[in-house]
Design a protein around this ligand. Sequence first.
Ligand code: HEM
Length: 439
Amino acid sequence: MESLLSRIEPFFTFQQPLLAVVLVTLLALLGGYYRFRVFPLLGKKLPPRSLGFPLVGQAGSKFIFSANDALGSNQPVSVARILRPESIQRFVGEMDAIVKEQLLQELKGKDSVQVVTMMKKVTFKVTCSLLFGLPEGKEKDALLEDFTIALKGAWAIPIDFPGTIFRQTCQTRDRITTVITKLVERRKKEMEEGKEAPREDVISSFLNLRDEEDQSLTKDEMIDNIVSMIIASHDTSAIVLSLLLRHLAGDTHVYEAVLEEQTEISKTKEGKDGMLRWSDVEKMKYTWRVAQELMRVTPPVFGNFKSTKDTSFGGFDIPKGWQVFWIACATHMDEKIFEEPEKFDPSRFGNPSKSAPPYTYIPFGAGPRACPGVDFARIEMMLILRHLIINSKWTELIPDEAITREPMPYPAMGLPIKLHPRKDICWFNVIPSLCTEQN
Ligand code: HEM
C-alpha cells in the first residue's frame, strides 16, 4: 500500500492523507476487481457485461471515451463539429424555447420541486431534441426513466441475479438499446431516402463516420457511442445546475448579483420579440463566473486517459498502457493556484491578475480530449438558470443538504426546494394563489 501511495502521490496532492488512503484502497480494490484497469471497458474489447459497467462499453475500443483512438481522430472531431460554437450559437433561440417549455411542464402549478429530478429531465429533453433529433413523446420519457435507473447501476458489482442492481441495469440497458436501435434505423432509412434532418445531429454524424479503412461503426459501437453521448451531455449539466440552485439558495449576495445581471438583460429585451440570442448569453458574464466557480469548488466529473508510451511525470514513471485517473480537486483546491481556495469567489474568473495557469482549472478536462460540449453546456445552463431566477426565488426544504457521490456529486436527497414565484411576472406558475406570495 505504501509503495502504491508513493507512486501516485504526485497526481493526488491531497491535503488529507486519510482521503488519499481511502482512495488508494478503493483504487486497489477496483484495480484487482477490474484487472487493474480503471474504466475497463473503455479501451479494450471485453465480453459484454463480463466485468461490470453494464450500461456502456459493450463495443470495445471504437468508443467515444476510448483513450486509444481506434477510429483515429475522426470520432471526437465528428462530435466536436456538431458542437462547435458557430453551430450551437445559432440555435440559442430554439434551445431557449425548449427550455421554457420543459420548465413550464416541470413547474406549472407547483410550489415545491425536486431539483435533481427536474434538472435531469430538462437537460435530457434539451439534448435529445437538439442533438439526437428524438421526437417528444412516451419513447423519450421512457428512455429518460431507463437512463436514470441505469446510471445508478453503471458502477454496480456484476452479480447477475434477480433483484440485483446489476441485473436491473442490464435490463434497462436492453430497453435503451432497443429504442436507440429503432432510432438509428429510422435515421438510416431517412438518409438513404435523401430526407434531410433539420440539422446535422449526432446520429447522422455517427452514421457517416468512417475509419481509415473506410469501415463504418458497427451496430454495437453505434449504440455505445450514442449512450455515452447521452450521458455526457445531460447528466453533467444537471449536476452543475442542481448544485448552483443549492448554492444560490444559501448565498444571498451572489443570488442578488445574478438576479441583477439577468434583470438588466431583460430590460434590453423589452419591446422586442423576447427571443434570446447568443449575444444575450454573452452578456451573462457574472452568472457564468458563478457557474465556473461552482465547478472549481465541486468539479462535477473526473476523467482518465491512457498513456500511449512510457513516460514520466514529476519524477515518477508511467508505463505505456497505464490508465491515468485524474481528479480536478487536486489543482482546484491548491492555494498556490487559487488564492483562498475554500472561499466561493466568482470574481476570480474574469480577473486577469488571478487567472490560473493552463491545465489547472479543468472541470471540462484539457488537451485534445477535453469536453467538446463546453459551449453547449454553458448556453443550456445559463438559459435554465436565467428563467428560474427571473421568475422565482427558492429555499431549500432540507437546509444544507449533504452532497453524495454516485459517483457524481449530487445533493443526497435530490434537493427538494420551495418556490417563491415573483408576483405578476412568473410565467411558469400559473396558479394565482401561489403567485400572491411575495418575496
Ligand atoms: C457542465 C457540463 C459538463 C462537464 C462538467 C463536462 C465535463 C467533461 C470532461 C471532464 C470530459 C473529459 C473526460 C476525460 O478526460 O476523461 C468530458 C468529455 C466529453 N464531454 Fe463533457 N462535460 C459537460 C457537458 C457536456 C455536454 C453538454 C456534452 C455534449 C453536448 C458533452 C460531451 C462530451 C464528450 C463527447 C466528451 C468526450 C470527448 C472525447 O473523448 O474526445 N459534455 N466532459
